[in-house]
Design a protein around this ligand. Structure first.
Ligand SMILES: [Zn+2]
Length: 368
């Protein structure tokens, strides 16, 4: 069935508009939020679970400045949290703070997500950001492109016909994009078998489009005519799935795999992937923190969100990073605990002052 659902109805809506905070304002607010929750200014061990990318430098420097301590490294490539590091973090402070973020580049001139200027390269060229997300998506985007270009739509004698590459019909491969053929091609309602093709070509077969596909197209802005045209972006995520050997999956692939049809067909695959990674990581990390004995009877605040790295221009040393909070887990030493959802968390942070009387001057600290 073509499920015309949006990803937000599966994972919850990740809001960016009106939910971003400039990092230089976010970090003092975060610090004041921790004090508001009863943390002791002298006893906080901050921790960050960020990607290893140099674009994540400014948030780490600001965290050191506002919390007065260099943050413990809780992060793996792609902003994945290293759950095995909970115990050492727990042992390094009375009150514990964890900030976790996936990241995505943003090029303001073109308003494109996923691009970032590498000022330190010879020609200051743009490259993908986050590189780990880009590397994860590349294979899936190539598979999608092949399918989008090798399924053709055409109206013949007022009937919508669909021409599909033989390889995509036979699906005689272990890994790749697998079409949900019954959503695309007219088939026997009882057995589910495809009706015979109306024409067999050298590398493809032509079928009458399914009623389901015609109904979907009628409600969309996809229009086809007598001239054959690739299905392109009209290939909806519920019309296919991906299969891949999962034994070698990275944590990032594990997080994203199920949602990749939606990610790769979205207008901004890098942004969509980063958002989903945050959502899945918060859910997983929250559970691992709750179960971690070393964290029991400790004050702990864990915030997860998205770092948007504004691509720097010549002369800028750091990107103008923004933070989009997603959710927070707050635990008190007496056992009380709660989760703040995106709107509640954003409002709670915005209610905190962006002035921090305890912030340290990093130059002074080096020589005292
Ligand atoms: Zn990265």
């Amino acid at each position: 069935m073509i499920r015309n659902v949006r990803l937000r109805s599966i994972l919850g809506e990740f809001k960016i508009e009106d939910h971003t905070i400039m990092y230089h304002k976010f970090m003092p607010k975060f610090y004041n939020f921790c004090l508001e929750q009863g943390m002791d200014p002298e006893k906080i061990t901050p921790s960050r679970a960020f990607c290893s990318d140099e674009s994540q430098g400014l948030p780490i420097i600001l965290m050191s400045k506002h919390f007065g301590a260099f943050p413990f490294d809780h992060g793996l490539v792609g902003g994945i949290m290293a759950h095995g590091r909970h115990a050492p973090h727990a042992h390094h402070g009375k009150d514990l703070v964890i900030l976790q973020a996936s990241h995505v580049g943003y090029e303001p001139r073109t308003q494109r997500f996923g691009r970032y200027r590498r000022l330190q390269t010879e020609d200051q060229h743009f490259s993908s950001n986050c590189g780990a997300i880009h590397a994860t998506l590349e294979w899936y985007l190539d598979e999608l492109k092949f399918a989008q270009n090798n399924i053709q739509m055409q109206i013949v004698d007022e009937k919508l016909l669909i021409t599909i590459d033989k390889e995509l019909i036979e699906q005689d491969y272990e890994e790749g994009l697998f079409l949900n053929l019954e959503t695309l091609v007219e088939h026997d309602e009882i057995t589910g078998d495809l009706l015979p093709p109306v024409k067999i070509l050298s590398t493809s077969r032509v079928y009458p489009a399914s009623q389901e596909l015609m109904d979907y197209l009628k409600e969309s802005d996809c229009k086809f005519s007598e001239t054959p045209k690739p299905i392109g972006r009209c290939l909806h995520p519920s019309m296919f799935s991906f299969k891949r050997d999962q034994t070698q999956f990275t944590n990032m692939q594990r997080n994203l795999h199920e949602y990749l049809p939606w990610v790769v067909t979205s207008g901004n695959p890098m942004l969509s992937a980063a958002e989903i990674n945050v959502q899945i990581e918060f859910d997983k990390a929250y559970r691992s923190i709750v179960r971690e004995e070393s964290y029991h009877c400790k004050n702990l605040i864990y915030i997860a969100g998205l770092n948007i790295d504004y691509s720097p221009t010549t002369g800028q040393h750091f990107p103008l990073s923004q933070f989009v909070p997603w959710a927070a887990y707050i635990q008190k030493s007496n056992g009380e605990h709660k989760v703040l959802e995106q709107d509640q968390l954003y409002e709670a942070l915005m209610a905190c002052s962006s002035k921090n009387k305890d912030q340290v001057n990093l130059d002074d600290m080096l020589w005292d």
